[in-house]
Design a protein. Sequence first.
Length: 242
Amino acid sequence: MTHQIPVVDLTVALGDHPPRKMLDEILVAARETGIIQVVGHGVDPALIGGFSRRAGRLLSLPRAEKANLASPTGHPHRGWRQWPDDFGRLELERFSIGQFDNPADARAAGIAGEHLALYAHSNVWPPDDPQLRDVAFRYIDASRRVAERALRLYARVLGFPDATFRQSPLPYLTLTVNDYPTWSYPDAVDEDKLLLLEHADGSAVTVLSQEGDYEGLQVSAYGLMCRARYGLECRGGWVYQS
């Protein structure tokens, strides 16, 4: 089944007099797929482009160099990691970042003591790109603001007060860069293969940065994937950011 994902100008949709037709389209999308595509999100294109270039450079490094960026504790959402399928074929490569490097930084930012364990697994940064850390944290903060606006929008179309889905001042966020490699196994004839297995995000909102001329999102059974060379995913409905 194919669904039309509405393109929503957040500035207009969250304004004083949003068009009723726009709100109705968002409501249908929220009920049927949970996905909208947003413009007018306020994120600096230079920030998006800068992070994308740095992340792309990192994932293009030789495997031996990237292996040094794996989480020393083996955490699946920190540092570099590859995901083979059951036959050992590479499906996905990713680099993941938490919004704080360690528990001390989280405590200093005001995270409550009972949540500090979320940051016990430290971020891993490439030594040859010292600016990536600053760019990534600014990107995380910008994505958080997009998610907050999307939650206000969902509340509005449902007829609830804008603050219904208000998040705490510092919600838990993970920024993940996914690289879906070209499926180049000649003995595997599987045109409909999902390069990210069926899953459900364990977060309130996932913000995806849309870039390139790929087809978009493919929903198969209970699975959801982004056909993107580099899918920039702020984990946490799905919101396309273009």
